[in-house]
Write a protein that binds this ligand. Structure first.
Ligand SMILES: Cc1cc2nc3c(=O)[nH]c(=O)nc-3n(C[C@H](O)[C@H](O)[C@H](O)COP(=O)(O)O)c2cc1C
Length: 331
């Protein structure tokens, strides 16, 4: 059973299907859209650094109530700062705090956090301890299977055991290692080979831990295969580029008996949210940029995409751009 210090009155989070944290992509507009399609999936924010939360001018913790269940992903490695942020996350009503131990970007490395923390399991353990001391919600870790030449199974298990001993019982594992030098973050999501077996092995060896797999998953069918062996699947790029796959998560992966929304029904449900955003002075393209893949695979999807890309950024653009894009698909 879980040793996690969760709120006793709150039911445990359903980790069957989650959407990966993706900087610039999984902002609150995208997350609202995702939630329209599935009540069950678990959402993650983009990574927010402790520096931004503590010293930044904006409100980096803002989200829509409808997004729950929602995890805040933190980037940082200073236990004291992480505890300050974890406390704020609890106060703001987040359902989970996740520490990023997977990002290989130079900027993140120079701040001594992200994937390079795999080499410092004791520091990650200290971070987890500090956050758990102030948070009565799950504190989880998203990691890689290794970094640079440190890519043995023993390296991974030593990391996991050290962090587990600090009370983290949930790991999301991106099933490829990261090269800390020489590859861009994008290349680090494509070039190091995926090794799903290693993640399966981890679950076999640590059955009490909740292990979710991440990396390269493109369909709910693939999710089902992983779910036979693991606790959850986290999907990133496919969930963003082809968001309509989310419409069947509740039925196909979570066993709920309810109708699947059509793409047009999703669009219709999204319109009031967009209108509210526009009324508050927001730009149309800040939302539509997350919708260009909604009709992926359908006849006319390129027309939809093109019309939106060419028109939504124009000053004063409103809902009519979306309506016209939809009309153009069939005319
Ligand atoms: C645009 C973009 C931004 C990302 N930003 C983050 C991030 O903020 N935090 C993080 O842990 N991973 C980030 N990732 C990595 C994803 O969470 C995920 O681990 C990776 O894309 C592999 O999953 P996928 O093959 O399903 O996309 C990002 C990925 C992309 C494509």
């Amino acid at each position: 059973m879980s040793s996690q210090n969760t709120k006793s009155s709150v039911k445990p989070l359903n980790r069957t299907f989650s959407i990966a944290p993706m900087l610039d992509w999984t902002d609150r507009h995208y997350r609202y859209l995702a939630r329209l399609m599935s009540a069950e999936l678990l959402l993650y924010t983009e990574m927010v650094t402790t520096g931004a939360i503590i010293h930044g001018k904006g409100d980096y913790l803002a989200y829509n109530e409808e997004e729950h269940p929602l995890a805040l992903q933190l980037g940082g490695s200073n236990p004291h700062d992480l505890a300050i942020c974890a406390k704020q996350a609890v106060e703001r009503g987040y359902d989970e705090i996740n520490l990023n131990v997977g990002c290989p970007s130079d900027r993140v490395q120079s701040g001594r956090f992200g994937a390079c923390l795999m080499a410092e399991p004791s520091l990650v353990a200290e971070c987890v301890t500090a956050m758990r001391a102030v948070a009565d919600i799950p504190v989880t870790v998203k990691t890689r299977i290794g970094i640079d030449e440190q890519d043995s199974y023993e390296f991974l298990t030593e990391f996991v055991e050290t962090v587990r001993d600090a009370g983290c019982d949930t790991f999301i594992v991106h099933a490829r290692k990261a090269w800390l030098q020489g590859l861009s973050p994008k290349e680090n999501r494509e070039i190091p080979p995926l090794d799903y077996d290693r993640v399966y092995q981890l679950k076999r060896d640590y059955p009490d831990l909740s292990i979710s797999i991440n990396g390269g998953v493109k369909s709910l069918e693939e999710c089902k295969v992983h779910l036979v062996k693991l606790d959850g699947v986290m999907v990133g790029r496919e969930a963003y580029q082809n968001p309509y796959i989310l419409a069947k998560v509740d039925q196909q992966l979570c066993g709920l008996d309810k109708p699947v929304l059509s793409r047009d029904a999703v669009l219709e449900k999204f319109i009031p949210y967009i209108e509210k955003h526009l009324q508050a002075g927001g730009r149309l393209n800040h939302i539509t940029r997350h919708m260009t893949g909604l009709f992926q695979g359908e006849v006319g999807s390129r027309i939809w995409r093109r019309y939106i890309s060419e028109n939504a950024h124009k000053p004063g653009s409103g809902i009519e751009v979306i309506e016209q894009a939809r009309k153009n698909m069939t005319s």
